[in-house]
Design a protein around this ligand. Structure first.
Ligand SMILES: [Ca+2]
Length: 318
């Protein structure tokens, strides 16, 4: 019996010691041990227009390395905003300031604007404060409202922010926004009003036709190879601008259409969307499996510890 108790105790200790490691693996969001860097993808808009970086290029999904700039032990939006200003803003890091407000860490100055009319989103979901944690690979969109009185600017985003197509292909994109239900819950909806245009690789507006339907779908045909960006900006009602990059390349795979360049429309964008969907589903599944794994081991550990304690107590009483 004594041998069994000692063996059980060793197993229980091993399990308990392994739990913090497992938990740390599944909960690394925003934590920056030992000066770790993460990369976020920054989009900045000021009053309905994409902000320009120090080189005059629009800040659309720009990769920015972020560390624990403020030294609070976590990587948050505050750190990301500091890094975004330091690396992209023409006026540098001095164009950004934050303060501890009633609702947590708040933004006092953004891109040099001190109106206080700011919005910030992580992966197209509104953040609660500048203290929200950010993770490697997050898309961060921050903006200064064009309507600083009623905050009526509608946040928009393309369902897929990056696709590929072949010459001659017609792609269909989906432009989303949030509306609010009777309880003021944000509801994902089709954006019905926006001005759509297509930029070339140099950021110049092309004459490629693009239109927005009432169901939020945007249809564009790309006849030439190259890198393009479809952008949505304010038309009649103020919106936060959004973008989708489109890489148009000859299809060189077997059975492709590079020989005659007469690809038919539609399929490639669907494939891109479904691949992106599969990737995110797979990531969600992995995360879920990780949580279940931790839960099972935690339960086992607690159960075994309880048994061991019970046996030790019994032994002492004997
Ligand atoms: Ca920090």
């Amino acid at each position: 019996m004594k041998k069994l108790t000692i063996t059980t105790l060793i197993i229980a200790l091993c399990i308990c010691l392994s739990l913090p490691v497992l938990a740390a693996e599944g909960d690394s969001a925003g934590v920056s041990p030992d000066g770790e860097l993460i990369t976020v993808y920054a989009t900045v808009a000021v009053a309905g227009e994409f902000a320009e970086d120090a080189d005059g290029a629009p800040v659309m999904g720009a990769a920015v390395d972020v560390s624990d700039e403020d030294g609070d032990g976590a990587i948050t939006l505050n750190d990301a905003f500091t890094a975004i200003h330091a690396s992209l803003c023409p006026d540098g890091v001095d164009a950004y300031a934050s303060y501890e407000g009633d609702y947590g860490l708040s933004v006092a100055k953004f891109w040099g604007d001190e109106s206080g009319a700011f919005g910030y989103y992580i992966n197209n979901v509104s953040a609660l404060s500048a203290g929200d944690p950010v993770s490697d690979g997050d898309a961060i969109t921050a903006f200064v409202y064009s309507d600083a009185v009623n905050y009526s600017d509608m946040y928009t985003w393309f369902e897929t922010s990056e696709i590929t197509a072949v010459p001659g292909e017609t792609v269909s994109l989906k432009l989303n926004t949030y509306t609010f239900d009777e309880s003021w819950n944000a509801v994902e909806s089709a954006c019905e009003n926006a001005a759509i245009s297509v930029l070339d690789a140099d950021g110049n507006e092309t004459d490629i036709a693009a239109s927005l339907e009432e169901d939020g779908s945007v249809t564009v045909t790309f006849n030439d190879t190259g890198d393009f960006t479809v952008i949505a900006k304010t038309d009649e009602t103020p919106i936060v601008p959004s973008f989708c990059t489109v890489s148009v390349e000859e299809d060189t795979s077997e059975g492709g259409t590079s020989d005659n360049g007469s690809s038919t429309s539609g399929d490639s964008s669907d494939t891109a969307s479904s691949e992106a969907g599969t990737d995110s589903e797979s990531a969600a599944e992995d995360e879920e499996n990780g949580l279940i794994y931790i839960l099972i081991w935690s339960t086992l550990g607690i159960g075994i510890v309880a048994i061991v304690v019970n046996r030790i107590v019994k032994k002492i009483r004997q």
